[in-house]
Write a protein that binds this ligand. Structure first.
Ligand code: GUN
Length: 287
């Protein structure tokens, strides 16, 4: 059996088409959606991600502001950049690219962002709303994964899902989103016992480890017809890879995502969607 490829580029484009229309609608009401990014230091991967986000904004008509800060900036200096963006009425979304240099505290930084401009869904306010099933702005990668399920009409109710990640950006928000759909979600991590056995019995595996030396999901570890969502991306033997080899996995899975071209484009598309949501939120509260 060969499964269906879940093509992130195609699904991301369908999201972008909708976002583009929403941007036009907002502009016709005098609102010009704008995303501000903050990049600290010179991590080349982070710089590429931020550049991709700017290009995608341009594609759909969202304005951008680009803040590049020295890697030795202090927490107070970073806080004041965020404070200025919080009070800048022309900015609707704020994204501080992670990871941050060691002297900076990720929680202090992301919590500083105004919840209505928090397009990463990382503030305690938005993370809390998600846990209460009241989310408005949800982390981009998790909502991108949900969009993929939706696009393919994949039923989640009652499914046994193994989620291999427990981060604030991926695992925890996904846990809540999947639970809302009445799935049974097992959140696994580096200390989980018998991960292989758990994978083998899962209907759906969502994996986001990102280090092939620590974990590789092979086709022997999945059951026939399983659905595999590979969120990871890392460099291995000079190639960009996920936690699994798509060509091998798709022979046994009913659906799977490739890497690259799977979840990655969805993260960017959902960021655009969140920026539009943030822009309409700001108009609703009459700024
Ligand atoms: N670094 C890797 N993924 C992300 C993301 O979705 N948002 C932010 N802010 N940083 C990231």
């Amino acid at each position: 059996m060969t499964g269906v490829r879940i093509d992130g580029k195609v699904i991301a484009q369908s999201v972008k088409d909708r976002v583009k229309k929403a941007v036009e609608e907002l502009k016709s009401h005098g609102i010009n959606p704008c995303l501000a990014t903050v990049l600290v230091g010179d991590n080349p991967a982070s710089a590429t991600y931020v550049r991709n986000k700017h290009n995608a904004c341009q594609e759909v008509g969202i304005a951008t502001k680009d803040h590049k800060l020295e890697s030795n900036i202090t927490q107070d200096e970073l806080n004041s950049v965020i404070d200025n963006l919080n009070s800048d009425n022309s900015v609707h979304g704020i994204l501080v690219q992670l990871p941050l240099p060691k002297q900076l505290d990720e929680f202090a930084t992301t919590s500083r962002i105004s919840p209505i401009k928090d397009v990463d869904g990382l503030t305690p306010h938005n993370a809390g709303l998600l846990a209460m099933k009241k989310a408005v702005l949800v982390a981009c990668t998790p909502s991108g994964v949900m969009e993929m399920f939706d696009y393919h009409n994949i039923e989640l109710e009652g499914k046994n899902i193994v989620l291999i990640n427990r981060s604030n950006l991926v695992g925890k928000p996904l846990y809540h989103l999947l639970l809302e759909k009445n799935a049974t979600v097992l959140t696994c991590h580096s200390k989980t016992k018998n991960l292989k056995g758990l994978c083998k019995s899962a209907d759906i595996i969502i994996t986001a480890v990102g280090d092939r030396n620590k974990f590789t999901l092979t086709s022997e570890m999945i059951k026939d017809g399983a659905i595999i969502i590979d969120v990871a991306i890392s460099r291995h033997n000079e190639k960009l890879v996920g936690d699994s080899d798509y060509d091998q996995i798709i022979e046994k899975a009913s659906y799977a995502t490739p890497v690259p071209g799977g979840v990655g484009p969805m993260t960017v598309a959902m960021l655009l969607k969140n920026t539009v949501t943030a822009a309409s939120l700001s108009s609703q509260i009459g700024r």
